[in-house]
Design a binder for this molecule. Structure first.
Ligand code: DAH
Length: 377
C-alpha cells in the first residue's frame, strides 16, 4: 500500500516541519491516504493486508509515525504530534474494525445467496415405474381369491422329481412326462436326488398338504419352466397360479361355483363358462375349463362380420385345466382319502393376460420393451 510518499521514513525535522500547523497538515495527509485506501477493501484477504499495512507492529503506518515522527520530534512539537497521532490511531482502529464487520457480513451474505435453497423450484422428477403386466394380473387374481377365503403360498422353482411328478401321481414312465420333459440341473458329484426347474406350480399342492392339515385353501403364483421353443404362444419360462381347496365336504358343485365366480370376476359378468372332460394324472375327474370368447361375445363372428380371429370362430376359448383331487394324491401326504375331498386348478397367467388385454405374442412379456410396458401403467 502506497504510504512512502508521505515521508514516513523520515523525521519531521528532516521533512522541514517546524510548526504545529504543518504537523496537523501532515497528519491530515496520512488520514486522507487511509480514507482513500479504505474504499478499496472489499473482502477478507484485502482487509487483512490493509490492517497489517496500518496496524502492523513492525512496519505498519502507525508504528512508523510513532518511531519516526513522534519519538524524535522537537520538544515543542511533541505534544501536538502526540495528539494528532492519538486521533489518527483512534480513527484508523475504529474504521478497520468497522470494515471487518462489513466484510464479514458481506461474505456471509454472499455465501448465503450462493447456498440458498429455493423452495419454490420444482423438484427433480424421477420417472416412476409400474408393475409388469404379469404381476398386475397375478395381483388381480390373488384379490379375487382372497375375497373367497384363499391365501397365497409360494414355493421353490427348483424341484425334485418326487414333488414335480411322483407325488402328483405321475410315475417315471408315464406319457405325460413327455410334455414336461424339461430342464434338469447339473448336480454336484455324489448328489443322489436329481433336480429340475419345476414344470408347473402343482408340486406346491403336495408341499402345502404335507405341512398343513385340512381345511386347505391356497393359491400358488409363480414361474414355471418347460423345454418349449419360443413362438407366439410358447416360452421356456412362463407363469401359473395353482389353486387347491381340500376339506371334509368339498363337492364338484363347490369346484364349479368357485371357478365360475373367479372367471366372471376376472373377465366380467357377461361371459359364459363350460367344462369339457380332460385328463390330468392328479385329478379325477379332470376338466378343461372354457370361457365364451370375450372378443366376439361368444358368437364366433367378429364385429366386422368375418370369423373372430381370437377364438377362430369356435365361440369358446380354452382357459385352464382343473379337476377334483385324485385320491391317489392324498396317499402321498397322509390325508385320509375316505374323509377328505377337494379340487385343484392350474391357470396359465400369460395366456390369461393375453386374452384379457388382446396381446397376440407371449414374447412381449419377456422383452422388457418399455413401449409395451408403458401401455399398462
Ligand atoms: N399342472 C398342470 C399343467 O401345468 C395344470 C393343472 C391342471 C393344474 C389341472 C391343476 C389341475 O391343479 O387340477 O399343465
Amino acid at each position: 500500500m502506497p504510504t512512502s510518499d508521505i515521508g514516513l521514513e523520515k523525521t519531521l525535522a528532516a521533512l522541514g516541519v517546524t510548526e504545529a500547523a504543518q504537523v496537523v497538515a501532515r497528519f491530515a495527509e496520512v488520514r486522507a491516504q487511509f480514507d482513500g485506501q479504505f474504499q478499496t477493501v472489499h473482502d477478507e484477504s484485502e482487509w487483512k493486508i490493509f490492517r497489517d499495512a496500518w496496524l502492523g507492529r513492525k512496519s505498519g503506518v502507525l508504528t512508523l509515525v510513532t518511531d519516526n515522527w513522534l519519538k524524535p520530534a522537537m520538544p515543542e512539537l511533541k505534544r501536538v504530534v502526540g495528539q494528532q497521532l492519538n486521533e489518527l490511531r483512534a480513527h484508523v482502529e475504529s474504521q478497520i474494525e468497522a470494515r471487518r464487520l462489513a466484510v464479514e457480513s458481506g461474505a456471509e451474505e454472499a455465501a448465503l445467496t450462493r447456498d440458498r435453497i429455493d423452495l419454490s423450484l420444482p423438484g427433480v422428477l424421477r420417472p416412476i415405474g409400474s408393475h409388469h403386466l404379469i404381476r398386475q394380473v397375478f395381483q388381480k387374481i390373488e384379490d379375487i381369491f382372497f375375497s373367497i377365503g384363499f391365501s397365497v403360498v409360494e414355493g421353490p422353482e427348483i424341484e425334485t422329481p418326487y414333488y414335480n411328478f411322483e407325488a402328483l401321481n405321475i410315475p417315471e414312465f408315464h406319457p405325460v412326462r413327455d410334455d414336461m420333459d424339461t430342464f434338469y440341473l447339473e448336480l454336484p458329484k455324489g448328489a443322489t436326488t436329481p433336480l429340475l426347474l419345476r414344470t408347473h406350480t402343482s408340486p406346491m399342492q403336495i408341499r402345502t398338504m404335507e405341512k398343513q392339515k385340512p381345511p386347505v385353501r391356497v393359491i400358488v403364483p409363480g414361474k414355471v419352466y418347460r423345454r418349449d421353443n419360443p413362438d407366439a404362444t410358447h416360452s421356456f419360462a412362463f407363469h401359473q397360479i395353482e389353486g387347491l381347496a381340500v376339506d371334509t365336504d368339498i363337492t364338484f358343485c363347490d369346484f364349479t361355483g368357485t371357478i365360475e365366480y373367479f372367471v366372471k370376476q376376472f373377465f366380467g359378468p357377461s361371459v359364459k363358462t363350460r367344462f369339457r372332460p380332460s385328463y390330468f394324472p392328479f385329478t379325477e375327474p379332470s376338466v378343461e375349463f372354457d370361457v365364451s370368447c370375450p372378443f366376439c361375445a361368444g358368437t364366433g363372428t367378429a364385429a366386422s362380420g368375418g370369423t373372430c380371429s381370437k377364438c377362430k370362430g369356435a365361440a369358446w376359448i380354452e382357459l385352464f385345466g382343473a379337476g377334483m383331487v385324485d385320491p391317489a394324491v392324498y396317499g402321498h401326504v397322509n390325508y385320509d382319502a375316505k374323509k377328505v375331498s377337494g379340487f385343484a386348478f392350474g391357470i396359465g397367467i400369460d395366456r390369461l393376460a393375453m386374452l384379457k388385454y388382446g396381446i397376440d405374442d407371449i414374447q412381449v412379456f419377456f422383452q422388457n420393451d418399455v413401449r409395451f410396458l408403458r401401455q399398462f401403467p
